[in-house]
Structure formats: structure tokens, C-alpha cells
Design a protein around this ligand. Structure first.
Ligand SMILES: C[S@@+](CC[C@H](N)C(=O)[O-])C[C@H]1O[C@@H](n2cnc3c(N)ncnc32)[C@H](O)[C@@H]1O
Length: 404
């Protein structure tokens, strides 16, 4: 781990004029989606390097084992809601080097651990020395009964960036491998519909938006792999109440925020419109439940243009909300602070008197309190969004099911 840097601050725009095709036009101009895909996941891409994400920044998983312990408690709640199945799945989606699934399996009570099956889903290769009980996959398994947990995945799903030109028209931003940008064709089709629904851009030159359609599709596809249980996405997030006017696209390298240059030298990330993901996920969960009610296996393939028709639902912060998909289980959006507290992460300072009676216990409790404070910090990891999407079970963190 390089240092204590988490990702997530905003960056400005390089701007520009002109028009070009989004996928590798002459001069190497590409849309941000294609450029990021190649830079992060292509041959020699940033996420295929041996050092892994922890070599460049710190996620909640790296910050403290308390995070994995809280996720293990969530898995236990899902287990109860499922009626303690003989095989209970835990899928670490976008697993990095498998740190979360390793920590969750270690934190489970013996009786649950004996029934648990751990999966790590990652673009990168399986790291040497990983617990052999963990199955390493390049895509989530179908028919999950349990918990799929995606920590800081969706912010790394490549997307297009739009910017308003001098005439008030939203255009795709094109970028060269050295990070220089210019504007391309006007945003059209499903991408324009997504912007209109989720991130309307006023006609003011220089305003920017990140078109979250590929993330909605990726999230819906992951939710579609859950047969019964819960899917959770945790990320830097914003909702329609407060979109960042100039977007959030930025880079990270060796512990520092840097310009987003799509040459494979740095991470390229943008905050996630989790409300849009929630709406799509709810539709997929409904499809799964309806198929089960009919006694069918659900087709987990998403239609490529399904987004346009489905992007009409909405989820509110800290609340369940009706989506376009009717009354079936809707997404719950919480801050990480609230989610971890609901999972019993206390983080209170130990009483000073303990220092006199049991100095070792005092120091250990103090260290834990510090780690809990980092995971729940205002202006830091505590502000992350948790999107919880149940499939065929009640909300494990809804107010009526929340335990101390
Ligand atoms: C920011 S890191 C987060 C790693 C880990 N979840 C954590 O919290 O420490 C994002 C990870 O997502 C992986 N990733 C991105 N897209 C993926 C996909 N479609 N399938 C599997 N892994 C993916 C990347 O390779 C990278 O390891």
C-alpha cells in the first residue's frame, strides 16, 4: 500500500472544439469510454499490473479489517433471510487481489463459514497464495444464493463524458492517449436519453456530465446473477439531487490524485450515479422474481439497448423508492456511515479507566476506534454510497430489520 490516499475528488476539464468519431479517429482521438477501457483493462493496462489497486490507493477494504467484519455480518443477515441454505455464496465483485473475500471468510462464525462458498471476480489474474477455497473468476457466477458485494467497482467501469459547447449543445468529449481533449459529435440516442433522465445539462458552455449508461448495464447484469439474496455496490456516488457541474473524472497513481491520462499509467475513475444504477437493478431483480414465480430460470443476458426503456425508475437517498418496475423490491441507498452503523460498527473511544486496568485492551480498542472513524468519516469513506438491491428477500438493512 502506497499511502493513505483514497480516491474521489473532482477534476476540471481540458475542453476543446471540433468533431471526430468516438472510437479511434485519425490522430488517436477516442471517446473516454474506449480510451479508458484500453488504458485500464487492455494488454498492459493499469489493472493488469502486478501491484494491484492497493499499490496506488486505499479502499475501505485496505483501511481496516473492520470493514470485512461488517460485510461478514451483512452476509449472516442475508443467510438468515434465506433460511440458512446448505450453500451460501459470497461474491467479491471486482475483487482486486481478493482481500475482501479473504477477510469475510475469516470473519464468519464457524457454522456459517462451513456452508460459505467464496468467489472473487476480477479482470486481473489470480494472485499467488490466495486461499484455495476461493474460486477466482472473470465474470460473476450465475444463480448466486447469498451476497454479491462490489466495493469500488462501478467507478472504474468506463463511460463517455459529455461537455456543453459554445452553442449550448452537449457533445461527446474525445481524448488522445496523452490526455488532451477536444469535443466530438453531439450526444445522441440512448446516451442523450440517459442524460435527459439522469443528468440534464443546462446550455452553459463548459458544463460536463459523465454518461452512466454502461454502469447501469453492468450493475443490472451483476444483479441478474443473484438468484436469491442481496447485491451491494459501494462507491463514490452522487444522485440527481446534486450532480457535480463539471463531472468528477480524475486519475490516481502511486497514492496521488493526478490528471486522467489514458495511457495505462494511472487509474481513471469517475463518481457513480448510483440512483440510475438502482433503477436498473430494481428492474432486473423484479425480472428474476417474476421468472422464479413462473418456475423458470431467468435469462441473465441484458438486451444491449434495454437501458433506454428502463431508465425511468428512481431511488432516493436513505430510503426505498418505487421505480419504473412496480412495487417489487426497490433499491436502498445509504451512506457508508449509516450502513456500517446499522451493521454494528460503533467506533466509540474506549473509557480512559481501561488504560489503567488493562493497557493492552485499551490500546487495541483505541486503534479499532480510529479505524472505525476512518471508515465512517465525513468528507471521506463515510460519505460513500451503499446501494443495496435485494432479490427475493426483505431488505437486511431496512429500518424494520436493522438490529443494534
Ligand atoms: C478500485 S479497484 C477495487 C478493488 C477492491 N474491490 C477493493 O475495494 O479494494 C477496482 C477493481 O475492479 C476490477 N474490475 C473492473 N471491472 C471489472 C469487471 N468487469 N470484472 C471484474 N473486475 C473488474 C479492476 O481490475 C480492479 O481490480
Amino acid at each position: 500500500m502506497t499511502d493513505g490516499t483514497t480516491r474521489g475528488t473532482t477534476s476540471g476539464s481540458a475542453g476543446g472544439t471540433g468533431g471526430a468519431e468516438r472510437d479511434s479517429a485519425p490522430g488517436g482521438w477516442r471517446g473516454w469510454r474506449a480510451a479508458t477501457e484500453a488504458a485500464l483493462y487492455g494488454p498492459g493496462g493499469f489493472y493488469r499490473r502486478p501491484e494491484g489497486p492497493a499499490g496506488h490507493f486505499r479502499t475501505s477494504v485496505h483501511a481496516s479489517p473492520l470493514f470485512a467484519a461488517a460485510v461478514a455480518r451483512l452476509l449472516c443477515r442475508v443467510d438468515e433471510a434465506l433460511g440458512r441454505p446448505s450453500a451460501l455464496d459470497f461474491v467479491d465483485m471486482a475483487a482486486g487481489r481478493g482481500e475482501l473475500v479473504t477477510g469475510v471468510l475469516a470473519a464468519l462464525p464457524d457454522e456459517v463459514a462451513a456452508r460459505a462458498r467464496g468467489y472473487a471476480v476480477e479482470v486481473a489474474d489470480r494472485p499467488a497464495g490466495l486461499d484455495e477455497r476461493i474460486t477466482w473468476l472473470s465474470a460473476p457466477p450465475a444463480g448466486i444464493t447469498g451476497l454479491l458485494f462490489a466495493n469500488e467497482w462501478l467507478d472504474d467501469v468506463p463511460l463517455e463524458v459529455a461537455e456543453v459547447d459554445h452553442a449550448g449543445v452537449a457533445r461527446l468529449v474525445l481524448v488522445r492517449q496523452d490526455g488532451i481533449e477536444r469535443l466530438g459529435e453531439p450526444v445522441a440516442g440512448a446516451e442523450a436519453a440517459w442524460l435527459a433522465r439522469w443528468w440534464p445539462l443546462p446550455p452553459e458552455e463548459g458544463l460536463r456530465a459523465e454518461i452512466g449508461l454502461p454502469r447501469d448495464t453492468a450493475w443490472a447484469s451483476a444483479v441478474g446473477c443473484v438468484e436469491r439474496g442481496l447485491a451491494v455496490a459501494v462507491d463514490y456516488a452522487h444522485t440527481a439531487r446534486a450532480r457535480p457541474p463539471f463531472g468528477t473524472l480524475t486519475g490516481f497513481r502511486e497514492g496521488r490524485e493526478t490528471a486522467p491520462v489514458p495511457d495505462g499509467s494511472c487509474d481513471i475513475t469517475a463518481h457513480v450515479a448510483l440512483d440510475a444504477c438502482a433503477a436498473r437493478g430494481a428492474c432486473t431483480a423484479r425480472d428474476t422474481e417474476e421468472a422464479r414465480d413462473r418456475g423458470e430460470a431467468r435469462d441473465t443476458e441484458e438486451a444491449p439497448d434495454a437501458g433506454e426503456a428502463r431508465d425511468a425508475g428512481e431511488a432516493r437517498d436513505g430510503d426505498t423508492a418505487p421505480g419504473a418496475c412496480g412495487a417489487l423490491p426497490d433499491a436502498l441507498l445509504l451512506s457508508q456511515r449509516d450502513a456500517l452503523r446499522a451493521l454494528g460498527l460503533a467506533g466509540a473511544r474506549p473509557p480512559l479507566a481501561l488504560a489503567a486496568t488493562d493497557p493492552q485492551a485499551y490500546l487495541s480498542a483505541l486503534a479499532s476506534a480510529g479505524e472505525a472513524a476512518e471508515l465512517t468519516a465525513v468528507g471521506g469513506l463515510g460519505d460513500f454510497g451503499w446501494l443495496l438491491q435485494p432479490v427475493g428477500i426483505p431488505h437486511p438493512l431496512a429500518p424494520d430489520s436493522t438490529r443494534a
